[in-house]
Write a protein that binds this ligand. Structure first.
Ligand code: PLP
Length: 281
């Protein structure tokens, strides 16, 4: 595949990362992961706008416009002849002699994007297992920052417990997964953490809430406790890569009867119809 490096299409071996790139040394940058179905970008504008919002929150000046980034992404997909997969993109504060504060002299941010294949079956995903873990991250989780150590340590805990996702909680309240958002269903109402500084406002989460609104599925954006989640009728998680997926077991305990619930299944169906609508997949 090709790489977009600062607005230019290059081959991977021609792209060299500088040892004093601030992304490499400090995680001083931001990123996005965008899904491609049937050669078409899903929720392209929402993702690129979130990249811009993240940039603003770390005072990073993006050298490209939303339209320019969207065009580059399309060019990359065409170049790679990608049908189903993801586009990963990141932007770092650039290269300068190592010092914590921002560079004094203006340096050009470094923008990189590349694609990766990921199959899309269109089939409803079966339920997975989760494990609860303390949310040890900083208080700006709304920024899609390259600093992912907290998320990495949480996901590793899930892997070591033979689970698919770590469900993080802060002060007894569930925040989000290590790389996903979490929602529960109680008496027919979907509940999910509000889009505050404590979570990343997932694009999949936002699309799902819109689908709830359009299809008379009641929802509230309210934090819930670990106890509420364990006693919920249904638990699900969402992200660009897992779409809408049921969580049927947490910390070794079944959620309800241990099968994917009916509302989660409807949301999975609605989500695949939305993919079809946007991408014809
Ligand atoms: N929360 C975190 C911490 C994430 O890393 C991600 C995605 O990777 C999400 C939520 C889900 O976001 P999206 O639906 O935009 O992929």
């Amino acid at each position: 595949g090709k790489i977009i490096y600062n607005g230019e299409l290059k081959t991977r071996s021609d792209v060299k990362v500088d040892i004093e790139d601030r992304g490499y040394q400090f995680g001083d940058g931001i990123y996005e992961v965008i899904r491609v179905y049937n050669g078409e970008v899903f929720a392209s504008n929402m993702h690129v706008n979130r990249l811009m919002d993240s940039a603003k929150m770390i005072q990073l000046k993006v050298p490209l416009t939303v339209a320019e980034i969207e065009a580059l992404v399309k060019e990359l997909i065409a170049e790679d002849k990608l049908r189903n997969g993801i586009v990963y993109m990141q932007l770092t504060r650039g290269v300068c002699s190592r010092t914590h504060a921002f560079p004094i002299n203006e340096v050009e941010p470094v923008f990189v994007a590349y694609t990766k294949e990921m199959p899309y079956t269109g089939k409803v995903k079966p339920g997975v297992k989760g494990v609860t873990t303390d949310d040890i991250r900083w208080l700006r989780c709304n920024i899609k920052s390259l600093n992912l150590l907290g998320n990495i340590l949480a996901k590793q805990q899930a892997v070591e417990a033979s689970c698919d996702e770590a469900i993080q909680h802060r002060d007894g309240k569930v925040t989000e997964g290590s790389s996903s958002n979490v929602a529960i269903m109680v008496n027919g109402t979907l509940k999910t953490h509000p889009a505050t500084n404590l979570i990343l406002n997932g694009i999949t989460r936002q699309v799902m809430l819109k689908l709830c609104a359009d299809n008379d599925i009641p929802y509230v954006e309210e934090a819930f406790t670990v106890e509420e989640m364990m006693a919920a009728d249904e638990v699900l998680y969402t992200s660009t890569s897992v779409e809408v997926t049921p969580i049927i077991n947490i910390d070794g305990q079944s959620i309800a009867n241990g099968e994917p619930g009916p509302i989660t299944k409807s949301l999975q169906k609605l989500f695949s119809e939305e993919i079809e609508r946007q991408c014809g997949a």
